[in-house]
Structure formats: C-alpha cells, structure tokens
Design a protein around this ligand. Structure first.
Ligand code: ADP
Ligand code: MG
Length: 244
C-alpha cells in the first residue's frame, strides 16, 4: 500500500498530507495520541470515512485486497447472528462457497485464529464471548475476506495485557504464515514495537517522525515521540480485568 499526501477534511482539515508506505509482508505501526488522525487514515484507505468527512487530496494505492479490524468488535459484529454464521456468510460471498462449505470454512478460520471449542463457539452470539474471543472472531471475519493487507485499528486496546499479548502473537504468526502486510494502529508505542518493523508517528493529522522501530524507540527525534515513549510505562493497577 502507498498513501501519499492524504488530506481529509470536514468543516476543517483533519489530515494534512499523510504519507505512509507498506511493502509486501511488512508490518508498519501508526502511532499517535488520541485524536491524531490514526483511525481517519485507515478509514480513508477503506473508503469508510464517517459521514461529513471526505478525501480532499493525495492518493491511496493498494495492491491487492485490504481488510480492517477495529478496537471494539461489538460495534462491528451483528448482535443477532451467531458468530459462526457471520463468518460463514462472508466466506459464502467472497469465496463463492455453498452454505455447507462456508460453514466448514468458518470453522477452519476459527482454528486459524486459535479459537478452542470451535463448534460450540460458532453457535454463540457476540455478547456471549469474552473480549479476546470477540477480537479473534473479528480477525476470522477479516481473514474470510482473503486480504493481502490487514489494517488493525487498536485491536488490543480494550483487552487486558495477557490477552493483548496473545492477539499480538497471533497477528505476528498470521503475518508469517500468510505473508500478510499489516498496518497496526495504536496510541501505545510499546505495543507497536512488539510487532512492527517500521513506525510512523502521527500528530494532529501530520507525520512528525518515521523510521525503523528500533531506531525510533532508541533515538526518538521529535519531542512528541519521546513523550509517547514516556507515556507507555506500565501502570499495573490499570492492567487486567477488562476482558470479560
Ligand atoms: N466524524 C467526524 N467529524 C468531525 N471530526 C472528526 C470526525 N471523526 C474524527 N474527527 C476528528 O478528526 C481527528 C482525528 O480523529 P481520529 O482519526 O479518530 O483520531 P485517532 O484515531 O488518532 O484517535 C480528531 O480531531 C477528531 O476529533
Ligand atoms: Mg482511533
């Protein structure tokens, strides 16, 4: 994927010429404080900008198919449809499978995202799953679209640290197994550093720093990046207990 000079505006301009490139099989982190424009960047790529916002400049090229996963799977999953059926439906449409074959395929995808008790789980509704299970279902839905590029918008932010780690490991293995390219969005530079080769730092709709993750983490140039690094010291009292 190649984004060049991307501008997005509503009543005022919100993205002021964002550029970002992701090579085949590469994982790039997009970090920045809340409100810096991370989600708008991904949404612009997917053509999913909120109502009232539009692309006013720049270009986006994606070589292949892109899929996206979100911070809160509940806003994306249909509350009234069993999760197995939701994944099967995407398989049916995207891969042109029969109803029966798409159900089998959905269970394979559940295995790919390391869900256990798959037959039981497939019959559950979204609210009957834990936060970690829901995020895995969302990932299965994304994989059902057979993407070359996966855009991840803070997919682990709402999860406790243990489950967060598991989902990060899963993304790393899927990337290795399938040669998936990843863009991983987070406000947490430490999380991004676990997964990404390169990192792009966004502030108020502008890229302020970009480079190899280890260079940026070891020698941040911009004071804003330094602040992001300082902000990720763990707060044990806040970690955990939110995956339920
Ligand atoms: N639908 C919208 N209408 C107007 N402004 C918006 C809308 N969505 C986001 N914004 C603004 O765009 C900026 C970037 O938002 P966003 O990309 O969601 O930030 P991030 O994902 O980095 O937290 C913020 O200032 C936000 O207030
Ligand atoms: Mg966001």
């Amino acid at each position: 994927m190649r984004i060049e000079g991307l501008r997005v505006a509503g009543e005022t301009e919100l993205l002021h010429g964002v550029s970002l490139a992701v090579g085949a099989g590469e994982a790039v982190g997009l970090v920045g404080e809340s409100g810096s424009g991370k989600s708008l960047t991904l949404r612009a790529v997917m053509g999913l900008l909120p109502r009232g916002l539009r692309v006013t400049g720049g270009t986006v090229e994606v070589d292949g198919r892109a899929a996206m996963i979100f911070q809160d799977p509940l806003t994306f999953l249909d509350p009234l449809v069993r999760v197995g059926d939701q994944v099967a439906e995407v398989c049916r449409v995207v891969a042109g499978l029969s109803r029966r074959a798409s159900r089998v395929r959905a269970l394979e995808l559940f295995a790919d995202v390391r869900l256990d008790d798959r037959a039981v789980l497939a019959r559950r509704y979204p609210h009957q799953l834990s936060g970690g299970q829901r995020q895995r279902v969302l990932l299965a839905l994304a994989l059902a679209q057979e993407p070359d590029l996966l855009l991840c918008d803070e997919p682990t932010t709402a999860l406790d640290v243990t489950v967060q780690r598991e989902v990060l490991d899963l993304l790393a293995s899927l990337r290795a197994e399938r040669g998936l390219s990843l863009v991983f969005v987070s406000h947490d530079l430490a999380v991004v550093a676990q997964l990404c080769d390169r990192v792009v730092v966004l502030r108020d709709g502008e890229v302020v720093e970009a480079g190899a993750t280890r260079d940026v983490v070891a020698r941040p140039h911009h004071p804003y990046t330094r602040r992001l690094l300082d902000a990720v010291l763990p707060l044990p009292a806040l970690a955990g207990g939110r995956d339920g």
